[in-house]
Design a protein around this ligand. Structure first.
Ligand code: PGA
Length: 262
């Protein structure tokens, strides 16, 4: 069984105090009864707020993650944050290769691969983001782009190293635009990604969680999560609002059966 996983990507938003308040409010809404095993919830604050948010989240059902990590552990890399520093600050997860990093900060499939190795070496759960732009989709290149990004991310790695891998399918045209992929479009891309993972990792691919990201909101979360290969969500804008994020998490804990690994 794949446990659903909802992660909030706060991007460049929220002070430590605002993040602490949000996590404290969120933690109160998460189930503590038998339903708690159905899903996993995390938030990814800025590096500067991470430590305080992690302290506030300790002992609750909310995990904390970084938004990026450098591939070197330490050294002369001004402005960077390493996987080991994230871990020391209380992170359990790290987002890698978000489309905004690819678009604005020169992230490539090669640097995603290096960051992924560094994250795994520190025992962080990596959330590797992939997804096509609108011209790529319209040009019939969806599968080509996903193949390049997924294969590039895990290049040279063994299945045994990737047991904790989480992939986030985030069509770039759906991020922050209010234009969500339909559940059928999400399912098609997720199934394709799972096929790529099966080629590379064999049976482990049935255990890899694939999140959907791109304008996930309380009113579309349930339908997206009901698709067989949609195992969770990476949520940007709606994760900044307690009521919205709590409602999305509630959809993940709801009684729609979690998906059985085939
Ligand atoms: P959005 O962002 O939910 O605001 O579209 C998702 C993401 O970029 O991870």
């Amino acid at each position: 069984m794949r446990k659903r996983f909802i992660a909030g990507n706060w991007k460049l938003n929220l002070t430590a105090a605002e993040g602490v308040a949000l996590v404290q409010g969120l933690a109160k809404t998460l189930p503590t009864d038998g339903r708690s095993a159905r899903a996993e919830v995390a938030v990814c604050p800025t590096a500067l707020a991470l430590s305080e948010v992690a302290k506030a989240a300790a002992g609750t059902a909310v995990g904390v993650g970084g938004q990026n990590c450098h591939w070197e552990e330490k050294g002369a890399f001004t402005g960077e944050v390493s996987a080991s520093l994230l871990k020391a600050a209380g992170a359990r997860y790290v987002i890698i290769g978000h489309s905004e990093r690819r678009q604005f900060f020169g992230e490539t499939d090669q640097t995603v691969n290096k960051r992924l190795k560094a994250a795994l070496a520190q025992g962080l759960v990596p959330i590797v983001c992939v997804g096509e732009t609108l011209p790529e989709r319209d040009g019939g290149k969806l599968q080509e782009v996903l193949t390049r990004q997924v294969k590039g991310a895990i290049e040279g790695m063994q299945a045994s190293q990737l047991e904790s891998l989480v992939v986030a399918y985030e069509p770039v045209w759906a991020i922050g635009t209010g234009r969500t992929a339909t559940s059928a479009q999400a399912q098609e891309a997720h199934a394709f990604i799972r096929g790529l993972l099966t080629q590379a990792l064999g049976v482990l691919a049935t255990r890899v969680r694939i999140q959907y990201g791109g304008s996930v909101k309380p009113d579309n979360a349930h339908e997206l999560l009901s698709m067989p290969d949609v195992d969770g969500a990476l949520v940007g804008g709606a994760s900044l609002k307690l009521a919205d994020f709590a409602a999305i998490c509630a959809a993940a804990y709801s009684d729609t059966p979690a998906k059985a690994a085939p």
